[in-house]
Design a protein around this ligand. Sequence first.
Ligand code: AVI
Length: 325
Amino acid sequence: EQRLQIEHLIPTNPLFVPTAGSDVSKGLTQTPKTLPARYFYDDRGSDLFEQICELPEYYVTRTETKILQQYAGEIARITGPCELVELGSGSSTKTRIILDAYAQLGHPLQYLPIDVSAGILETSARQLLADYPSLKVHALVATYELALTQVSPTELPNRMISFIGSTLGNLNPQECDVFFAQITNALQVGEYFLLGIDLQKPKHIVEPAYNDAQGVTAAFNLNMLEHLNHQFEGNFDTTQFEHWAFYNEAESQIEMHLRSLRSQSVELRALNLNVDFAPGETILTEISRKFNLQIIQEQLTANGLVPLQGWTDADGWFGLLLCQL
Ligand code: AVI
């Protein structure tokens, strides 16, 4: 298929890479224990995340989708013809709204989705090609860091890197600074950055979004242990851990943990690692920060990414910012 190119920047078998899993070893030997959130996203994790996006409690996706539906045309008018580069593209569902807006203006459609999960990347790329006959897709199986050093200008006049879904919230402030630097390095002057962020709102709305009644978020959280078992020959017993998520109002962030239900020892053979857990001890698997629109705009500006336009929903729950380098 000429319109589709898939490049694997993450080796299919990570065990052949000497540094693979060093982030896992580091996180699990720290006090308190942590694990990088990107280990949520194996194929099953990506599938569970798609289910989270449909949950009644998870307002995030629904709200951002509404904003995109209302303003994608405006985004396309501002940027003009653009290659769309998307970090953490997943199912690319929301991206279709942006592609539709470019199509309506008669612009060529070029899409460069980037995701750590090869399964979902390939499936959604093929569906997109079937639905958009003129679309060209160049997909990268990669982490953001890796991908951002690889993307280069195309024959289109500009590119827009899109980082929607509030994934920025999963980075701590230090990681955020590094990330913005990677974005500005990847872009050329005049190119665009589209950022979707979840905004600060009362605890009684945020907290249930990470503690859904059907237990999908709990399954998503626990699946990280299955992923590690599979990838690093581990023996985590997922029945001996439980999901725990709460909104830390002082920090304006959800903190999501896995809590050990008893004293236990876990081995990750491929990492040559044994980890002991006390009863009730937790692993921090994710933070999900909720932003203040004014502050994030100042931060973007300080990093050379000039906010051109911002949009929110009627309740002010979610923000979409179009920036230019
Ligand atoms: C991908 N990311 C923005 C989601 C979030 O809301 O922080 C991941 C997630 N974790 C639990 N539910 C959803």
